[in-house]
Ligand binder design. Structure first.
Ligand code: THU
Length: 133
């Protein structure tokens, strides 16, 4: 099943409101869309020890897997502050791959920023990703 870009992005946008980003003030929301129609959302969670901060995408994957998701990831929407361009960091690409690889999916990734919505596949963002196989 495919996933609706605009509704997934709306979920990411509203998830960004829950960001805990007192250090960067850069509030990010992520929404994972699954083949069964379910959606898991999250926001970035920062830490006073800055390097321990967690991106919205990583928190979303952790939430989804802790809720029992084991594949079926078809789309990811990411929403950041209006004036900035956003794209998932390298760590998040690898974290997303762990979930996607469980059933060999290659989810579409949409990122919203001031300039509009950009689109990639996960394999474009992380070619030759490491799956442990
Ligand atoms: N951040 C995300 O949550 N997702 C991204 O795709 C890029 C960056 C967060 C990490 C940090 O809390 C803040 O944005 C500034 O880098």
């Amino acid at each position: 099943m495919s996933v609706d870009r605009d509704s997934l992005m709306a979920a990411a946008r509203s998830a960004a409101e829950s960001a805990y980003a007192p250090y960067s003030k850069f509030r990010v929301g992520a929404a994972l869309g699954f083949a069964d129609g379910s959606v898991v959302t999250a926001a970035n969670v920062e830490n006073a020890s800055y390097g321990l901060s967690l991106c919205a995408e990583t928190v979303a994957v952790a939430k989804a897997m802790a809720a029992g998701k084991r594949g079926g990831l078809v789309g990811v929407a990411i929403s950041g502050p209006d004036a900035d361009r956003i794209s998932p960091c390298g760590r998040c690409r690898q974290v997303l791959l762990e979930l996607a690889a469980l059933d060999g999916s290659d989810p579409v990734i949409w990122a919203e920023a001031g300039s509009g919505i950009r689109e990639w596949s996960l394999s474009q963002l992380l070619p030759d990703g490491f799956t442990g196989e």
